[in-house]
Design a protein around this ligand. Structure first.
Ligand SMILES: C[S@@+](CC[C@H](N)C(=O)[O-])C[C@H]1O[C@@H](n2cnc3c(N)ncnc32)[C@H](O)[C@@H]1O
Length: 259
């Protein structure tokens, strides 16, 4: 097992290498107006009261933070990777948002005040945390009583046979269409790092909601079918097969009176 410091440094290095192409990838950046509309509708449903003080942990290139800023929330994004944040800051400046800021920080140890935020949110983060339970406790600590934790995740690791067939077929199709070897995969975490990340291969929805409930939140789980559908619609066929993931939102409400 790797020690914590090595894990966090490896993760930051990985994303400092991957930042340039991140927004271009399907399932990461926005590819169509329809996709953006569905994400905004979803966030509006999940956070109907406005404006909220929001902490976006593992903010990356600012996907969630910038949508929330557009909706009028006061948002702070934390991430381990300076390069991912440089893209987020550039996009915020281009859009002229004064209600969003970004800082280097660890989602598992944010350094934020107790009871500070109305909402703590993250998208596509928990799979890459070495201590997800500790992180959930940390998010609870910085949430106000009655505050909301929103975890947006997907089943990225395709263990089921139909998913594996779909990915194989997608890679064949893309190799033919794009005249490249779609089976060679670059920029992934190495095996030692993967072994240190307990959520990487787990069935996210069940395990995640159980973890959030165990941390003392009241929990609901929402499949994100509309977002997934809009995203697939914007993908060429090969990428649709390559991305059989289904997303969910795990929403936890912190109790009004802290124990
Ligand atoms: C798949 S990206 C998701 C980025 C963004 N949330 C999005 O939805 O596009 C994962 C991000 O989490 C960041 N990350 C990983 N572990 C982290 C940690 N412990 N604390 C803060 N950020 C972390 C990485 O640097 C990377 O930017």
């Amino acid at each position: 097992m790797l020690d914590d410091r090595t894990i966090k440094t490896d993760i930051a290095n990985n994303w400092n290498r991957a930042y340039e192409n991140y927004d271009n990838c399907y399932a990461h950046g926005l590819k169509s107006a329809g996709e953006k509309r569905e994400w905004l509708r979803l966030l509006d449903r999940l956070i109907p009261e406005k404006p909220c003080a929001v902490l976006d942990v593992g903010a990356g290139t600012g996907f969630v933070s910038l949508l929330l800023a557009e909706q009028g929330h006061q948002c702070k994004g934390l991430d381990l990777s300076e390069k991912m944040l440089s893209v987020a800051r550039e996009k915020a400046a281009r859009s002229g948002y004064g209600n969003v800021s970004f800082a280097i920080g660890d989602a598992e140890e944010t350094g934020e005040e107790d009871n500070r935020y109305d909402v703590v949110i993250n998208r596509h983060l928990v799979w890459t945390l070495p201590h997800p339970e500790q992180a959930i406790q940390e998010w609870k600590r910085v949430l106000k009583p009655g505050g909301k934790l929103i975890i947006l995740e997907g089943n990225w690791h395709y263990n089921r046979l139909p998913d594996r067939i779909s990915v194989f077929f997608g890679k064949c199709l893309l190799s033919l269409q794009e005249k490249r070897n779609a089976f060679s995969h670059q920029g992934d975490y190495d095996e030692a790092l993967k072994e240190s990340l307990p959520m990487l291969k787990s069935k996210n929805a069940k395990r995640l909601s159980a973890m959030v409930a165990e941390a003392g939140f009241s929990v609901t789980v929402h499949p994100l079918k509309d977002v997934d559908q809009a995203e697939k619609k914007a993908m060429p066929l090969g990428y649709r097969f390559l991305n059989p993931h289904k997303r969910i939102a795990v929403v936890g409400i912190k109790e009004m009176v802290s124990e």
